[in-house]
Design a protein around this ligand. Structure first.
Ligand SMILES: C[S@@+](CC[C@H](N)C(=O)[O-])C[C@H]1O[C@@H](n2cnc3c(N)ncnc32)[C@H](O)[C@@H]1O
Ligand code: SF4
Length: 371
C-alpha cells in the first residue's frame, strides 16, 4: 500500500512563519500551462517508479492547492485513477486556505473526487492572525469551516499555538472555542516554530515581537484540551474523532511508500530487491519546470540500512503506530532503559512513546539510533 502527494507551491501571499516550499503567486496563474506540466510529471514519475500496488490516499498539499480550479484537480485525479490501483475507500485530501475557497468551488472539488479538506485556520484571534501574516480574519475562517461542512463530512483544521506573547489560559480558551463550536472531525495543532529566514524571525530579532516561551506546559495542556473535546491524539500534533485519523499521514508514520510529485516533493519507494529509495524533486520552481519540460530522468538514491532505520524511528515514534520491536535493529538494553524511565511502552511488540517520551522525541531517536 502506498500514497501519492501532489505539491502545489503557490499561495496568495507568504505567511510570516512559513518556510515551506511555497511562494506568493506572481500575477495570474496560467492553469492550462501548469496542468499540462503536472500531467507530464505525474505520468513520467509513475511510469518510472509505480509498482502497481494499491494507493490508499492522494494528498494535494502546498503551498495552497485550493487556489487550483476544480477542473485541474479533476484532471489530476482522473489521470492517477487511470494509471494506478486506487483502494475503494481512497482518501483524497485538499489543503485549503479560507481566502481561496467558496461554496461553488468546494462543490466542484467534491465532484472532482476530494473527500477530505484540511483548512488553515491558525488562530481565532484577529491580532494574532496579523502577527502570523494571514490574509483572512477570524470570522472569515470560522464561516469557511461552517460552509465547507455543508459539502464535506471530513474536515480538519490547522492551528498554531505558543504564539509571541500568547498566554496559556488565553490559548486554551481559544482552542476550546474552536473544538466545541466548529463542525470538524480532525485537528492539527502545531507549536509555533520560529524558522530562520522568515519574517517572523526578523520581527523577533528586531524586537517588534516577543520570542515564544518554550514551556512544555503549553504542549501538555493542548493535548489534554483536545482529548477533553473527544479528539484523541494519534501523533504529536494530530488529533481525531474516532475513525477520522488521516490515512495519509498514518501511511508516512508506518513508513509505507509514498510518491511525491511537484517542486521540492520527495518520495520513498521500496525497490523490488528490498532497498528503500529516496527521490527528491528540484525545489526551485523554475528548475523543476525546465526539468519536466525537457523530459529528464528523476534520480533515485538508495538509503543505507542505518538511514532507513533512523527514518523509520523518526516517523514511527511520532505516532501511536510506533515502530516494530525488531531485535536485529533495536538494542534490548536501550529498550529496557527507556521502559524503566517511562519514555516508551510496548504495545503488541511495537515501541510506542509515552507522553513523557513524546516531549523528548529527538532525544529518544538519537539514543536508539546511536551505536
Ligand atoms: C501547507 S500549510 C496548510 C495549508 C495552507 N497553505 C494554509 O496555510 O492555509 C501547512 C501547515 O503547517 C503549519 N505550519 C507551517 N509553518 C509552521 C511553523 N513555522 N510553525 C508551526 N506550524 C507551521 C500551519 O499550521 C500550516 O497550516
Ligand atoms: S502557511 Fe500555507 S498559505 Fe501560508 S505561506 Fe505557508 S503554505 Fe502558504
Amino acid at each position: 500500500m502506498s500514497t501519492i502527494y501532489i505539491h502545489w507551491p503557490f499561495c496568495i501571499s507568504k505567511c510570516h512563519y512559513c518556510d515551506f516550499n511555497s511562494v506568493a503567486a506572481d500575477g495570474v496563474i496560467d492553469f492550462d500551462f501548469w496542468l499540462a506540466l503536472y500531467k507530464t510529471a505525474i505520468r513520467k514519475f509513475l511510469d518510472d517508479f509505480y509498482k502497481n500496488e494499491q494507493i490508499t490516499s492522494i494528498y494535494f498539499g502546498g503551498g495552497t492547492p485550493s487556489i487550483l480550479t476544480p477542473l485541474f484537480i479533476s484532471e489530476i485525479i482522473t489521470l492517477i485513477h487511470d494509471r494506478c490501483k486506487l483502494s475503494e475507500d481512497v482518501e483524497i485530501t485538499l489543503e485549503a486556505n479560507p481566502k481561496t475557497i467558496d461554496l461553488p468551488k468546494a462543490d466542484g472539488f467534491r465532484s472532482a473526487g476530494i473527500n477530505r479538506l484540511s483548512i488553515g485556520v491558525q488562530s481565532l484571534v484577529e491580532a494574532d492572525l496579523r502577527i502570523l501574516g494571514r490574509k483572512h480574519g477570524s470570522s472569515e475562517a470560522v464561516s469557511c469551516v461552517l460552509e465547507m461542512s455543508e459539502i464535506f463530512g471530513n474536515i480538519s483544521i490547522d492551528m498554531i499555538y505558543n504564539r509571541p506573547g500568547q498566554k496559556l489560559g488565553a490559548w486554551i480558551d481559544e482552542l476550546s472555542a474552536a473544538l466545541s463550536s466548529l463542525p470538524i472531525q480532525h485537528v492539527s495543532l502545531y507549536e509555533l516554530i520560529v524558522e530562520d529566514g522568515t519574517t517572523l524571525n526578523k520581527m523577533i530579532k528586531d524586537g517588534i515581537l516577543r520570542e515564544p516561551s518554550r514551556e512544555s506546559e503549553f504542549i501538555e495542556s493542548t493535548w489534554d484540551t483536545a482529548e477533553n473535546f473527544g479528539f484523541h491524539r494519534y501523533e504529536i500534533s494530530n488529533f481525531a474523532k474516532p475513525g477520522f485519523e488521516g490515512r495519509h499521514n498514518i501511511s508516512y508514520w508506518k513508513y509505507e511508500d509514498y510518491y511525491g510529485i511537484g517542486p521540492g516533493a520527495h518520495s520513498r519507494i521500496r525497490r523490488t530487491d528490498g532497498r528503500k529509495m529516496a527521490v527528491e524533486q528540484d525545489g526551485i520552481i523554475g528548475n523543476w519546470v525546465d526539468r519536466i519540460k525537457s523530459g529528464f530522468n528523476f534520480e533515485a538514491t538508495e538509503l543505507s540500512e542505518e538511514e532507513e532505520f533512523r527514518e523509520r524511528l523518526i516517523m514511527g515514534l511520532r505516532a501511536d503506530v510506533g515502530v516494530d520491536l525488531n531485535p536485529d535493529l533495536i538494542d534490548r538494553n536501550k529498550i529496557q532503559f527507556l521502559l524503566k524511565n517511562s519514555y516508551i511502552m510496548l504495545r503488541e511488540d511495537r515501541v510506542v512513546l509515552t507522553n513523557e517520551g513524546c516531549l523528548r522525541l529527538n532525544l529518544v531517536v538519537e539514543y536508539l539510533s546511536s551505536k
